[in-house]
Design a protein around this ligand. Sequence first.
Ligand SMILES: [Zn+2]
Length: 157
Amino acid sequence: MTSAPDIPYGEAMRLALAEAVAAGERGEVPVGAVVLDAAGEVLAAAGNDRESAADPTGHAEVLALRAAARSRGSWRLDGCTLVVTLEPCTMCAGAAVLARVDRIVYGAVDVKGGAVGSLWDVVRDRRLNHRPEVVMGVMAEECAAILTTFFATRRIR
Ligand SMILES: [Zn+2]
């Protein structure tokens, strides 16, 4: 395995992975997200919280974006990077656009519901006036493996 510091956004993805694992241990689908500021400092980190919060919008990305905005004191997260273990869904891709993040970095591809290149490409729709840069496939194998293991052991889909 390549060590995280050698991979662009590897350190942040390691943190997102830790959030994902913690979410899985709480019985959540193991997805984790981190928001970095323009200097690469961590503004927020979160894991899925949909089950325990009984919140259909309790995805890691939304929670991390909310926490980052709170810590900044502004809903605008320009200059920031959203790092997430799984390709964002339509809601989270939309939230990232609304937060004006500069960049979305993700690990595993979600062919069944991904909205950042797979099923849809919400964030690079030319009709939008804000289009974040996308970096995909960062530590994709590790990110996918925790999901595969989770679903294999829990038999949920
Ligand atoms: Zn989502």
